[in-house]
Design a protein around this ligand. Structure first.
Ligand code: BES
Ligand code: ZN
Ligand code: ZN
Length: 478
């Protein structure tokens, strides 16, 4: 899909569909036809309403589309992102190849333009790459038309949404087509194309270093593990060094503590945190924030095999702490703690991780909010501000020391699971034990990285959650 900006008069745009925002109770509608629509009751301007006028008099476009935008007072970039996404999905399924959105005063603003483009690019994404016939069509062109110079905002929005779609495409790949080394190869390719430094630690290197926790998980699979490390260095050196860490389990069977077969196919998305980090790095390389950013994606496949971890096995993590593996399905935390320790040795000053870590976070927050845990309220404040700016839902979860009692074993320094209760918190608390006071935020995205049902503005499947928050966090670092 091509994304373009033009400042030509709306009437001269030769698109298949020219979209104008149709607000509810708008005293000065963009087109007199809108008042007629509202009076007739056909379309009142509710969000996702689309009313189509073919061959509109005085316009070069084939169709004029009144795109419902809701009440003007609750109109935000987040609303517009959904509106353009829904319009792209609805119209491309009806044979429309090019869409132009008119953004006139008072809505000719950078944040709205960027969100409009993001919505269109995100809405256009489909999960049917492996179908040999009957694939959904791609929209050829999305144009943003405005009298104001919104070209930079349009380019910005496109960069961000393409990064998010890059992450979604990785998540969408099944376990057989994207084992750890393939994820590493895709990361290296992206890094090369975008001028990022890339280092892949292989199994031997990780053994030399002593990453016994990650390697324990990898033992059950014939697919070798990797630690993907990407570096972005700003032109002027920054005092701070941000580290993005993402869980990269390319498939999670649960290992010997095997998962039920019903729904197990979805566990290809257990690398969504890693994919979000890689997607964010693509945009960070292109948008060049003022802060140094290192990405670390530990990647393994969690299988049951003759050499798999058994319940009760004890592994020694890179930091030297020993872990009793009471449940082999709690593997994400085992690979993340070796990544966290590695990040600390690199001397990073701030860490954020994203991980499809627990079913318990889905019980707690459903599919609506990402669970956010921290050892540093100020760092969490930064992440929450970015999420809010980007329209991603994060919810602050507790992580006080009273939870420490849940993680006790006489056999090693820590067990890898707590008891029955507070599973998302005990998982986060386990990670915290490795952060050693470096400001850190953990984002549990198990409930939000995968969309169970298609929405008007987004295909079912990978959402690319956290990509926008990560990019915003780096871009607005002070
Ligand atoms: N990848 C899963 C978490 C998960 C569950 C992600 C559902 C997406 C949807 C993780 O590795 C896992 O299996 N966690 C266990 C932990 C338990 C054994 C303490 C879980 O949540 O059941
Ligand atoms: Zn698991
Ligand atoms: Zn997992």
């Amino acid at each position: 899909m091509n994304v373009e900006f033009h400042s030509s008069p709306f009437s001269s745009i030769a698109a298949d569909a020219l979209l104008m925002l149709h607000f509810e109770d708008d005293p000065s509608p963009a087109h007199e036809w809108f008042s007629e629509l509202a009076a007739s009751g056909e379309a009142k301007g509710k969000v996702f309403d689309l009313a189509v006028l073919h061959r509109p008099a005085g316009f070069a476009a084939k169709r004029l589309v009144a795109a419902g935008a809701g009440p003007a007072r609750s109109f935000t970039p987040a609303v517009l992102r959904k509106i353009t996404g829904a319009a792209v999905r609805a119209l491309k399924s009806k044979g429309v190849h090019s869409i132009a959105l008119c953004l006139d005063h008072p809505y000719a603003e950078a944040a709205l333009a960027a969100a409009a483009v993001e919505g269109a690019v995100l809405g256009n994404y489909e999960v049917d790459v492996h179908k040999s016939e009957g694939r959904a069509t791609d929209l050829a062109t999305f144009q943003l038309i405005s009298p104001a110079d919104l070209a930079p905002a349009v380019a910005h929005g496109e960069t961000i949404a393409r990064a998010q779609n890059f992450a979604r495409a990785l998540v969408n790949e099944p376990g057989n087509l994207l084992p750890p080394l393939e994820l590493a190869a895709r990361a290296a390719k992206m890094a090369n194309e975008n001028g990022l430094d890339c280092e892949i630690l292989d199994e031997d290197r990780m053994r030399q270093l002593g990453m016994g926790s990650l390697l324990g998980v990898a033992m059950g699979s014939d697919q070798p593990p990797a630690m993907i490390i990407l570096r972005y260095t700003p032109a002027t050196p920054s005092p701070d060094h941000l580290c993005l860490i993402g869980k990269g389990v390319t498939f999670d069977t649960g290992g010997v503590s095997i998962k039920p077969s019903d729904g197990m196919e979805k566990m290809k998305y257990d690398m969504a945190g890693g994919a979000a980090v890689l997607g964010a790095m693509q945009a960070i390389a292109q948008l060049k924030p003022p802060v140094a950013v290192t990405a670390i994606v530990p990647t393994v496949e969690n299988m049951c095999g003759g050499r798999s971890l058994r319940p009760g096995d004890i592994v020694t993590s890179l930091s030297g702490k020993t872990i009793e593996v009471l449940n082999t399905d709690a593997e994400g935390r085992l690979i993340l703690v070796d990544a966290i320790e590695y990040a600390r040795r690199l001397g990073v000053t701030h860490m954020v991780d994203a991980a499809t870590l627990t079913g318990a976070i889905v019980v707690a927050l459903g599919h609506v909010h990402v669970g956010a845990f921290t050892n540093d309220e100020e760092m969490l404040g930064r992440v929450l501000a970015s999420a809010r700016a980007q329209g991603e839902n994060l919810w602050h979860m507790p992580l006080d020391d009273d939870y420490k009692d849940y993680l006790k074993t006489p056999f090693a320094d820590l067990p890898n699971i707590g008891g029955r209760w507070g599973g998302a918190v005990t998982a986060a608390y386990f990670l915290k034990e490795w952060t050693g006071g470096t400001p850190w935020v953990h984002l549990d995205i198990a409930g939000t990285a995968w969309l169970e049902e298609t929405k008007p503005f987004l295909a079912k499947g990978p959402t690319g959650v956290c990509v926008r928050t990560f990019i915003d966090l780096a871009l607005n670092w002070r």
